[in-house]
Design a protein around this ligand. Sequence first.
Ligand SMILES: [Zn+2]
Length: 241
Amino acid sequence: MGHSHALTGAGLWLLAAPALAVVPEIGGPAAGLAPVVYGMLSPAELVAGAVVCAGAAMLPDLDHPHSTIAQTFGPATWVLSKVVNWLSGGHRHMTHSLFFVVAAGVGAHLLADHYPIGRDIMVVLLIGLALRAVGIGVPQRTIMSAMVNIGLTAGTFLFFHSRGVGYMWLGLAVAVGCLAHVVGDCLTERGCPVLWPLKHKWLLPWNMGLKTGRRFEVKILGPVLSVVVVGLLAARLIPVM
Ligand SMILES: [Zn+2]
């Protein structure tokens, strides 16, 4: 389900970002990552990263035109999702693989580095997906939901802009988010073609498969993930404020 993916994405980012930010200072081969994440992230960038990462954790399911997230921006995201579905060969194919994790990350990084307009479109899309995933929207009211989402997304984007958020970390956040989704889906009953184009579906932990949308997810997993994300956010931000 959407919010589990979004929350794991945000959580994984908050766990990983501070460690990644110090990589260039350590030196060695890993310092090659320096253009990707240089220096420490500002608090606003850390938060923006968590939101973007939560949105990126929804990207793989854009291969499903009937999913809620495909309605995020109304017809615009529906058409996008039709295209993604066609390109990836259906639901839970190419977009649920390590190939997609790397391709989306590299693509987002290239946008961040060379094409400011493309980068802004990507950031806006990801903010919208994140908001939609955590339940922003009006049930049964597709157009209304899209309007609400567009307004809130624009507000969030402008807020990040006003805080001077840079996007050199965009590729990394997108890759982390997509990875969180693929791993999450591998824990559910059907698994993912992790090594696409190989067709084998990977299932963790070896066929114990959790079921999506069941009470466990709504009553336990969702609340636990929310607490973890809020806790991590507090732990990261309070020392610097
Ligand atoms: Zn999925």
